[in-house]
Design a protein around this ligand. Structure first.
Ligand SMILES: [Fe+2]
Length: 281
């Protein structure tokens, strides 16, 4: 069993503010007027310079439809994500750029494996797969951004028997390989040996074709949900409201103990995020 390296939350208090302001389509001046907080103070927090006190955090939360007490917790830098055991999951550490999280999911003998989000320098990733002597069955792509899909072609070439799985709305990003990808439509399942399966949850919002992969009691969320935050809305059609709806209806309805392996930042669990993520109530 391995544990996650100690890495900070993906999003600071300032990042949470920025995402909520963008999601609610307001600027600093408007928000300052609504909360009575000096605009220059809000701008400083957006730049991670200092932080709000509790009354200020509550006022901002109320104006931005965020959870007031959870914003107080974040402003005080008091939220610490849980230590999550990584059984049968190995993080494939990539280059510092992109700093995204990819994973190898493997079964008992480590031979049968699925790769989540190949990105970074292909040579590093291929070396890790060779070192693990993995028999790669699937290349699971959570969404189209380059820091999650940039090495699909290199891995597919090295492992021609591995099936690419990607949502049809995002698959054009991998070019001609899209025609060979299995569609990651909502509810689709893929057998993963010993009666186990990989289940797809379509979670639009970050991109239109963003999906999560649920394997046993671990969910790989890509950039729709981070510990203590959510991903930004960058879909062609999907919106900030879709981000919040996808997380609350598809992820927070899973059992409490479900482990969350996000596309950036440390892992968490459904029960912890349901209780602490400032975007939810
Ligand atoms: Fe992304």
């Amino acid at each position: 069993m391995s544990r996650w390296p100690d890495i900070p939350l993906e999003d600071t208090f300032g990042d949470v503010l920025r995402k909520a302001m963008r999601g609610n389509a307001v600027n600093t001046a408007t928000r300052a007027t609504q909360t009575g907080i000096d605009a220059s103070a809000i701008d400083a927090w957006l730049a991670d310079d200092g932080s709000a006190n509790a009354p200020e955090a509550r006022a901002l939360a109320k104006a931005l439809k965020l959870n007031p007490e959870r914003m107080v917790e974040r402003a005080a830098d008091a939220f610490v994500p849980p230590k999550v055991a990584m059984d049968s999951v190995q993080q494939h550490t990539q280059d510092s750029r992109p700093n995204s999280n990819g994973y190898v999911i493997f079964r008992g003998d480590r031979k049968r494996a699925a790769l989540v989000d190949p990105a970074g320098t292909p040579a590093h990733l291929l070396q890790l797969l060779r070192d693990g002597d993995f028999d790669l069955q699937y290349i699971l792509v959570t969404h189209k951004h380059n820091d999650h899909s940039g090495a699909v072609a290199a891995v597919a070439k090295a492992y021609p028997n591995a099936q690419i799985v990607m949502h049809p709305l995002d698959a054009p990003a991998i070019g001609a390989l899209a025609s060979t990808a299995l569609p990651a439509n909502d509810g689709a399942t893929f057998p993963f040996g010993d009666g186990a399966q990989i289940r797809v949850l379509h979670t639009p919002g970050h991109t239109d074709g963003s999906v999560c992969y649920l394997v046993d009691s671990t969910i790989f969320t890509g950039d729709i949900l981070f510990s203590g935050s959510v991903g930004g809305a960058y879909g062609d059609k999907s919106t900030y409201a879709d981000v919040l709806r996808s997380v609350s209806t598809k992820i927070f309805t899973l059992p409490d103990a479900t482990a969350i392996m996000p596309g950036h930042g440390p892992p968490s669990t459904v029960s912890v995020e349901r209780a602490h993520d400032p975007f939810f109530f």
